[in-house]
Write a protein that binds this ligand. Structure first.
Ligand code: MG
Ligand code: MG
Ligand code: MG
Length: 310
């Protein structure tokens, strides 16, 4: 156990996306290059999009953990909110955080905190490699590029900055891939939902938030075919209502994001379901609405709810 504590565990948020997994591995690699003893782990299943990267590179998947030992040294990437982190986060020694989300983290101990308003954690990590003069291998470049493509929806998300794009181009060079071709294949891999039930689909990428006494979840899934998801609407509604009961939620918003047309169609349920009407200037029709030109949870979906929930 002592050994485990001396090793620093690096991980991204629960229901990990490609950035959460890849940035943890990339950050662990940087730490090891700088002489620390770090290991990437994960807090949930690997989704189909991320699976594409593992298959492409033929590398090992990080180990799944649920809890950590008391006093465990950890580094958080791609998140900072305790609701999205390991269950017993308060027992850990958080050494560092590298993130690109709004900050909702408190601690009494000093730590290294790096947050930048860019489209992806890996964009920040690229800069840290450069600052520390650590060489970026082909494999690491592919991992970072995959995270940037995923988080920015191949540069189409409003969260994408000029820095994300120019760094992605440099990484594509190192990785030896055409960014459009590789990126399209990667995103397409993530839209394959054929093996999943509605209850599983809503949990691929859902995040829990709290404001005041209110608890809400925003779940998101990428698709190239909104109709095939919404033909199962009643099953999605049943799964969402189960989550609302189980997690004692005031609102659950499920967003299916059309990565071809850059719109999201939502299902909103819970006592505060109507908040989305004010938040996005739409009218719910049978619990659903189309949010035109909305693709980003962080920049477009979440702020509207936070501003209108009381
Ligand atoms: Mg993420
Ligand atoms: Mg991210
Ligand atoms: Mg995401």
């Amino acid at each position: 156990m002592e050994n485990l504590i001396n090793e620093t565990l690096v991980f991204g948020h629960k229901n990990p996306d490609t950035d959460a997994i890849m940035s943890a591995m990339v950050m662990a690699n940087l730490e090891n290059k700088l002489g620390n003893n770090a290991k990437a782990v994960r807090l949930g299943n690997i989704n189909k999009e991320t699976e594409y990267v593992f298959n492409y590179l033929g590398i090992e998947r990080p180990e799944l953990i649920e809890d950590i030992a008391d006093g465990q040294n950890i580094i958080l990437v791609d998140h900072n909110e305790s609701t999205q982190s390991v269950n017993n986060l308060s027992n850990a020694k958080v050494q560092k955080i590298v993130d690109h989300h709004a900050i909702n983290f408190t601690t009494s101990a000093p730590l290294y905190y790096r947050a930048e308003p860019v489209g992806c954690t890996s964009t920040v990590l690229y800069k840290m490699y450069k600052e520390n003069d650590v060489e970026i291998s082909k494999e690491i470049a592919t991992m970072m590029l995959s995270a940037i493509v995923s988080d920015t929806l191949l540069f189409k998300s409003p969260t994408c900055t000029t820095e994300d794009k120019s760094i992605a181009e440099k990484l594509a060079n190192i990785a030896g891939v055409d960014v459009e071709v590789y990126g399209t294949e990667l995103l397409k891999a993530g839209t394959d939902l054929s093996e999943f039930t509605p209850a599983e689909i809503i949990n691929i990428d859902s995040k829990l938030f709290e404001k005041g006494g209110k608890r809400f979840k925003i779940a998101q899934v990428n698709t190239a075919d909104l109709d095939s998801i919404f033909k199962d609407k009643v099953y999605f509604e049943a799964a969402i209502n189960d989550e609302i009961k189980k997690d004692n939620l005031d609102l659950y918003m499920f967003a299916a994001t059309d990565i071809i047309n850059s719109n999201s169609k939502i299902i909103s349920l819970g006592n505060d379901s109507a908040v989305v009407e004010k938040a996005y200037g739409v009218t719910l029709d049978n619990n659903t609405a189309l949010l035109e030109n909305v693709v980003s949870r962080k920049k477009q979906m979440l702020p509207g709810i936070l501003d209108n929930l009381d």
